[in-house]
Design a protein. Structure first.
Lengths: 128, 509
């Protein structure tokens, strides 16, 4: 009987321990949007406005700033996003001439679910 | 199906009568059986009786009853919009407990219930209490009709020091609406229990295992194409899985779980410690059939509880016990990636909804069983509910301190008549409440829904009820007929109220 009782207690304790379903509590991550030129050249500076929409919840975030080619979005909720970037880029072309003009870049789907860094490369569409 | 259930009920009735004649002394006292099966003191044992091995000692007398019942409930306004403003259901039920000799008992139930639920909104599924908040819902709603079939059977025996038992419960239910939005849910719910017990001195130490398989298919149709409205994949506190809301109206909820329970109970006529501990975990996955069975969310429901106290048998029976129950519900959202030929990969899981419910109480019951049996039961404690949605952050909580008093008198006025009177009253006082919503990010009708439910749930509630029942033994036969009337009223401090009436007519064997 004592053995049976011990088995019962063990089964009960085992269930208590193993039944714990772990929550997925890693909600935030960091996203890097790397903007590239469609032509040979070197980016000097970019003034941008980026809009990211979570495809599952339709929540949107917008950011604006200045960068030399990589936009970093911190405290980004992990998920699937569409991205729209607009702004003005100044770059030096391969013949050493400086150009300034508006651009757009976009993607209908990017995955931002990695726990640490997520990186996506977008090619700019130069508007002039 | 209705014919099938009626045939089955008659079959159960027939078997029951034959068995009863075989094993039960014709001269057994029906009045004792009625008192024993109705006694309020059974509340002390009900938790232990979830272990089917303990059912062998539950009652000393066999009793079978068949009855018709009508249940009417009407609220001045829905307390919870998803549950509606009331219902009217009628049922035919058979319920039997039969002793097969000194060491064995069998029991069974069968019922067919049909009726109507009124003014349900923001809920297009059946079993709201089980599945919330992972449900489908819309702003229109309306009345729903339902049909439910329940079958239950168990066997319990006592061999030497060992008790063994098994039980099966099956529920099939459908809930539907005949006007747009035409929701239809079909539920099958199977539960199997196996239990054992071992006598030590005058105690029985019990252990039971329960497994459950659950499945609900759910769909919402619109026959008027221009009148269709979006069906929201709700995820808790008004948050919506927007990407798959609108016309993804064909779902399956599938899941189940297990439950373990340990019991320590003295024999029914003995005094001593009563103790129970239980843990359970259930999961319910919401799957979108139209998206190649894409899992949208999974709800986890974990429960743990503990009860301990003392039971004393004598001229005065009494029991005291404390009970604590903790329930944690959480829902994982499955993040879908981009589709290829309507096949969506799941790229991540996030636990978005969390809900903690606690119930703690002190209970006492005292009474005497005799020609006139009486019991008084009191209960006081705290019940709290705290829920949150992680992002965008939303929280809601409410907690109530409560007190409950209940009294029952069962009087054998003559050899033929048994009269049962029961009254109860309770008061729930809200002691804490809080609601936090990101108002700028929610559409107004979602805010209205949440605030309506919150304002009622955080109210103070007063409840009063009475039950009157008369059992009449037909001549010197082993049959009796009974009629029962039950009424209770609940009033909340937001000036809303609920009336509830149950009428039953039946026969005992």
């Amino acid at each position: 009987m004592r053995k049976s009782l011990i088995y019962l207690m063990c089964a009960f304790a085992l269930f208590c321990v193993t039944s714990c379903h772990d929550d997925y509590n890693d909600y935030m991550t960091t996203g890097h949007i790397v903007l590239t030129l469609p032509v040979d050249g070197e980016i000097e500076t970019i003034q941008y406005s980026v809009k990211m929409m979570d495809l599952n919840s339709r929540n949107t975030i917008t950011l604006a700033g200045v960068t030399d080619g990589t936009i970093t979005v911190e405290n980004l909720f992990r998920g699937a996003y569409s991205i729209n970037v607009e702004g003005v880029v100044r770059y030096a072309s391969s013949d050493a001439i400086t150009h300034t003009g508006p651009f757009r870049a976009q993607s209908d789907y990017v995955s931002m679910v990695e726990l640490d860094d997520n990186s996506i490369s977008l090619e700019m569409i130069l508007m002039n | 199906m209705k014919n099938s259930i009626l045939i089955l009920l008659l079959f159960v009735a027939g078997c029951t009568v034959v068995n009863a004649q075989d094993v039960d002394s014709i001269s057994h006292n029906l009045q004792f059986a009625i008192v024993e099966h109705q006694a309020l003191f059974n509340d002390v044992h009900e938790l232990s009786w979830r272990n089917p091995a303990m059912m062998e000692g539950a009652y000393r007398h066999s009793l079978t009853h068949f009855y018709l019942t009508a249940d009417w409930q009407k609220k001045s306004a829905p307390f919870v919009l998803q549950k509606g403003s009331g219902h009217f259901v009628a049922a035919v039920k058979a319920d039997s407990y039969i002793r097969l000799g000194n060491n064995t008992a069998v029991w069974g139930k069968a019922s067919y219930t049909t009726g109507k639920n009124h003014d349900i909104k923001w809920n297009s599924v059946a079993d709201y209490d089980l599945l919330e908040p992972d449900i489908l819902g819309d702003t229109t709603g309306g009345d729903t009709r339902s049909e439910k079939y329940v079958f239950e059977g168990g066997y319990s025996t006592h061999r030497g020091r060992w008790h063994l038992g098994g039980e099966m419960l099956f529920r099939a239910e459908q809930e539907f609406r005949k006007v747009d939005p035409r929701m239809r849910s079909i539920v099958s719910d199977l539960t199997l229990r196996a239990g054992s017990g071992y006598d030590i001195a005058h105690y029985t130490l019990g252990f039971s295992f329960q497994g459950n398989i659950y499945r609900q298919t759910n769909s919402v149709d619109f026959y008027k194409p221009l009148g269709s409205i979006p069906e929201y994949q709700l995820m808790g506190l008004g948050e919506v899985y927007t990407r798959f809301s609108g016309d993804i109206n064909d779902l399956i909820f599938k899941g189940g779980g297990i439950r373990l329970q340990l019991d320590l109970a003295p024999g029914k006529a003995s005094s001593g410690i009563i103790a129970n501990a239980w843990v359970s975990q259930h999961r319910y996955e919401r799957v979108a059939r139209l998206l190649n069975s894409l899992p949208l969310t999974t709800l986890y429901n974990k429960e743990a509880g503990l009860r301990a106290g003392w039971k004393q048998n004598g001229w005065l029976d009494y029991a005291l016990w404390a009970e604590y129950q903790f329930n944690r519900r959480s829902s994982d959202q499955h993040i879908a990636g981009t589709s290829s030929s309507q096949i969506y990969p799941v790229i991540a899981h996030l636990t978005m909804f969390k809900n903690h419910i606690i119930n703690t109480s002190l209970n006492a019951i005292i009474g005497h069983k005799g020609a006139t049996s009486w019991w008084v039961k009191t209960r006081g404690g705290y019940t709290g509910n705290r829920q949150s949605f992680v992002y965008p952050r939303r929280t809601m909580k409410y907690g109530h301190a409560f007190g409950h008093v209940e009294g029952q008198v069962i009087h054998n006025t003559s050899k033929n008549w048994t009269i049962t009177t029961q009254v109860e009253g309770s008061y729930y006082a809200c002691v804490n409440d809080n609601l936090l919503l990101p108002l700028a990010n929610i559409e107004p009708h979602f805010i209205d829904m949440i605030e309506h439910n919150y304002n009622i749930l955080k109210s103070n509630f007063t409840n009063a009820g009475a039950r009157f029942r008369a059992d009449y033994r037909v001549g010197r036969s082993r049959y009796s007929v009974f009629g029962e009337l039950q009424y209770d009223i609940t009033i909340c401090s937001k000036h809303e109220y609920q009336n509830h009436i149950v009428v039953s007519l039946g026969v005992h064997i």
